[in-house]
Design a binder for this molecule. Structure first.
Ligand code: AMP
Length: 410
């Protein structure tokens, strides 16, 4: 019986797992610098956590959720995104008493999308959320954090911050009506896919990837015309600060994001190096969402980034694997070898036991793995209670007792 991986899933190993772990460690580092605390939530939640808040007409809710009934008929969904579970967890555990409350998390998300490069059905996300602050510096801070993280992980890549303001939730509701009317009047210029969204989700037409939609989209009414002066001033300040922080921004009036809960600032870090799945990080403000999920009425701002997409752009991470190998020349010297193995592990060295019991094979494996030293355990070493250490960089070999080994390896 040969079982294949499920479509849209992938295993992570070799060079890729090194990249993955480097991302996680850089995320934790950056979070600590900015004062965000880690919050880990379950992989599945009650379906109702996602259905309404994400938008009943959003692609995720309509087509992509992995939903099933538990044995007692509770409807459960594998989390397709992390913001709503984080809010649910913050409310469930009383973590919103001291504001602002800043959290981050990393983990698997599940969406039944059409798999392609950079798009999977199970993928890993990084999430940063700041609950409880209206201050527009919260928007700047979280964008700045994303920028620093990407710069550290991808020093040789180019990415641009696309930014837009959606105004209040009311502005957005009014805009949807204006947009539905406009696209209804211009139906004949739209692709079939977009026509289907006119009355249910007209905002999604704005980021249609269909070429035939481009011209009519460029002529569509702009949301910015509905936004209040104060909100526009805030938006101007945010952009000014980001430019002062040396972040390359691209103002994108059609950027609306796929989920229903966004308002005011929305943003995406995009790259031209990945083909069609070009968004590395996306996020924005979601004032009102915490109240919808049963918490107090408080604002929030956050983002999610795709770990696999960052991995696609990352260079190989330098080798940090075991750099000392042990060559045991015959299985009968195992007990003598275990003494040195145990001693080195206790002294914080990484040691690789290769199960070869053959000098030539051990040497070739050590060289292949770019080991720095080979410890040889043969008959003489066993009789004299010592060990031979070969420096694989210069080829020199010495024989010493166990208490002298650490001096040589340092
Ligand atoms: P979203 O919640 O759709 O804004 O996604 C946030 C980020 O997660 C995106 O910018 C991608 O980097 C990543 N992402 C979303 N969907 C997928 C997927 N199906 N496969 C891999 N990465 C994804």
């Amino acid at each position: 019986m040969k079982i294949k991986p499920v479509r849209g899933t992938h295993d992570i190993f070799g060079e890729e797992i090194k990249k993955f772990n480097k991302i996680i460690s850089e995320v934790k580092n950056t979070a600590q610098k900015f004062g965000f605390k880690e919050l880990m939530t379950p992989i599945f939640e009650s379906s109702e956590l996602f259905k309404k808040p994400l938008g009943e007409h959003s692609d995720v809710v309509l087509k992509e959720m992995y939903t099933f009934n538990d044995r007692n008929k509770d409807e459960i969904t594998l989390r397709p995104e992390y913001t709503t579970p984080m809010i649910r967890a913050a409310i469930s555990n009383g973590l919103l008493n001291n504001l602002p409350a800043k959290f981050f998390g990393t983990g698997q998300m599940f969406r039944r999308e059409r798999p392609q490069k950079g798009r999977y059905r199970q993928f890993n996300q990084i999430n940063f959320e700041n609950f409880g602050s209206n201050d527009f510096f919260a928007d700047i801070e979280i964008i700045c954090l994303a920028n620093i993280l990407l710069k550290n992980l991808l020093p040789d890549s180019n990415f641009t911050l696309h930014i837009n303001s959606l105004g209040t939730r009311k502005n957005l509701e009014d805009y949807k009506k204006v947009l539905s009317k406009f696209f209804n009047d211009n139906k004949k210029f739209l692709s079939n896919e977009s026509v289907n969204k006119i009355n249910t989700n007209p905002l999604r037409i704005l980021d249609s990837k269909n070429n035939e939609d481009k011209e009519i989209i460029s002529k569509s009414p702009k949301l910015i015309d509905l936004i209040s002066k104060t909100d526009l001033q805030n938006y101007e300040e945010i952009k000014k600060c980001l430019i002062d922080l040396d972040i390359t921004i691209f103002e994108d009036p059609n950027l609306v994001r796929g989920l229903d809960y966004y308002c005011h600032t929305v943003f995406e870090f995009k790259t031209k190096e990945l083909g069609s799945q070009d968004t590395l990080i996306g996020g924005g403000r979601y004032d009102g969402l915490i109240k919808t999920l049963g918490g107090k009425d408080m604002p929030g701002v956050g983002w999610a980034g795709g770990i696999e997409r960052i991995m696609l752009l990352m260079k190989d991470v330098p080798n940090e694997e075991s750099n000392i190998h042990i060559a045991i020349l015959d299985p009968s010297f195992k007990i003598h070898a275990i003494k040195v193995f145990n001693f080195l592990i206790k002294n914080d060295f990484s040691v690789y036991w290769n199960y070869k019991y053959n000098l030539k094979k051990s040497l070739s494996l050590a060289n292949e793995n770019k080991a720095s030293y080979l410890i040889i355990v043969g008959e003489n070493e066993k009789i004299n209670n010592n060990y031979s250490i070969k420096n694989l960089t210069n080829g020199k070999q010495v024989t010493v007792t166990i208490d002298k080994i650490t001096d040589i390896l340092k």
